[in-house]
Design a protein around this ligand. Structure first.
Ligand code: 5RP
Length: 224
């Protein structure tokens, strides 16, 4: 995985942006390039408003003078551009490696179009090699973890040094080692039935376009 392939995919996605749009702004090192390019376009006169999916993206957008709205200010979003940790040929995704999965999913759920930007290493035949991030409430997190484990994985509380990582929403994340996920839709529903689970990183029937940047400088497009 190289910066070049991320940059290729990230910048290419700006071609979907049109004047006047409300845009969901994703999180991570690939969509970073989308947001950088968007900053240039805004400086050049493009009129858009962005809804950030994380505090990290909010900070970046502010540095680039991209006008922002909060999710509470909008009813729907024209286009969201975001990254992913894994994507398959059905455009099912694992997201949340950067810890922003809840806000990303909320914003994706009201977006008319979701464009995903990845480098070639993220495009996989089957989901699950990347540990699936699941956002859970801190209260009784050990019990929630056990209930998640019963679905057939090894959950690991995400920590920084020794302390649990706390999301922008004040929750914890468990990274769940499934190895393979054969039915993403069924797992998505089963995880979200567990009371302590806030949301999980499976995005099923959400993405419309996948842009894959390759190290040789080429780009592949997949759409639903
Ligand atoms: C953050 C995400 C990111 O989109 C995902 O982790 C991909 O990030 P990157 O482009 O840095 O590899 O879901 O919650």
């Amino acid at each position: 995985m190289s910066t070049k392939s991320k940059q290729l995919a990230g910048e290419k996605a700006t071609e979907f942006i049109k004047d006047g749009m409300v845009l969901g702004l994703g999180t991570g090192s690939t969509v970073y390039w989308t947001i950088q390019k968007l900053g240039e376009l805004v400086k050049g006169g493009l009129n858009i408003q962005g809804v950030p999916t994380s505090k990290q993206t909010e900070k970046l957008a502010n540095q680039l003078d991209i006008p922002l709205l909060s999710l509470s200010d909008v009813n729907d979003i024209d286009l969201t551009i975001d990254g992913a940790d894994e994507a398959n040929s059905n455009l099912e995704l694992i997201k949340g490696g950067g810890g922003a999965l809840l806000r990303e999913k909320m914003i994706a759920s009201i977006s008319r179009r979701l464009v995903i930007v990845v480098d070639q290493s993220k495009y996989v035949p089957e989901l699950g090699h990347f540990p699936l991030p699941v956002e859970i409430v801190p209260f009784g997190w050990e019990i929630t973890s056990k209930q998640i484990a019963a679905l057939g994985c090894l959950p690991q509380l995400r920590r920084e040094e020794r302390d649990p990582v706390v999301t922008d929403n004040g929750n914890y994340i468990v990274d769940c080692h499934f190895n393979t996920i054969s039915d993403a839709k069924q797992l998505d529903q089963a995880l979200n039935m567990i009371p302590g689970v806030v949301e999980n990183g499976l995005f099923v029937d959400m993405a419309n376009e996948l842009i894959i940047g390759r190290d040789d400088g080429t780009i592949d497009f997949l759409s639903t």
